[in-house]
Design a protein around this ligand. Sequence first.
Ligand code: TXA
Ligand code: MG
Length: 315
Amino acid sequence: MKTIATLALSPTAAHLAQASTILQNGGLVAFPTETVYGLGADASNDQAVAKIYQAKGRPQFNPLIVHVANVQTARRFVQWNTLADQLAKAFWPGPLTLVLPRKKDAVLSDLLSAGLPTIAIRVPKHPVAKALLTQFGGAVAAPSANPSGQISPTSPAHVRSGLDGRIDAIVDGAVCTVGLESTIVQLDDGAVLLRPGGVAVEDIEKEIGRPVSIRPNVEKITAPGQLNSHYAPQAKVRLDAQHWRPDEARLGFGAVDCDLNLSLSADLVEAAANLFAHLHRLDAEGKATIAVSPIPQTGLGLAINDRLKRAAAPR
Ligand code: TXA
Ligand code: MG
């Protein structure tokens, strides 16, 4: 693939206008969201969407999330329902993605949804994402801005180290505050969890007053989360480490002696925000193994353990 100059844009009005023009012309722009950096392209443009897959080296069968500035824009693309309304009121803008039937007249690339009759859509909360989406006006397809299979980026430096020369621009929006991808739920008669993420399942259940079911891993849809190895550092990952072994990079949680701590006070929100950044840092030390303390399986712990399991999966 030909190398291109990857512009560094700041979140000023002039640079956001430039980023929006690049998108309109079919280019690729990495931009901050509250979860992770996204690699954005015009969601109505097949060629632009194809470039995302090429830049990431991503298997083509993974459908992408559509990002929009607000609920009204979302409703141009998907068939809205009562549950969607409830969840959007409670959690948008924010780290929740809704999977809904695609509207017949939605002007969206077919490549984007991998031919599925549904669309995954969200309204991000990060002010820079909001400003860019508002300026652009339409739908922006954006997976995480990292080469396929690697650790997701939570800073502009992570994006550059993975995709420099392969994308048109990176908009700087500092470090992502949530640090983990959005929670994905499919809505029809009920809500089905497709990927744990930045909104805790317990909070969704509280909002809709009924349980969220978990889809067994048998569908045609292949989420990156359903590939065994994903979010993988160069180093091997050893989970549930109660004791450290010699020569491991030590990623702790709670009051333990370690190299980097996800959260000294065992706060799962703080741990989620630190997860990818700490994995990037420990991986850069070049040790053969990163060992990780046990993480409780509640709240955001579900999403953290999901990502860690995939980082540790055989490759
Ligand atoms: O936080 C996030 O969601 C980040 C930021 C950039 O917004 N984006 C992100 O995108 O994580 P990506 O492409 O890495 O993950 C997209 C997920 C995949 O698991 C994909 O299978 C699922 O969304 N997905 C997309 N469209 C779908 C659909 N129609 N039905 C079911 N799953 C879908
Ligand atoms: Mg990803």
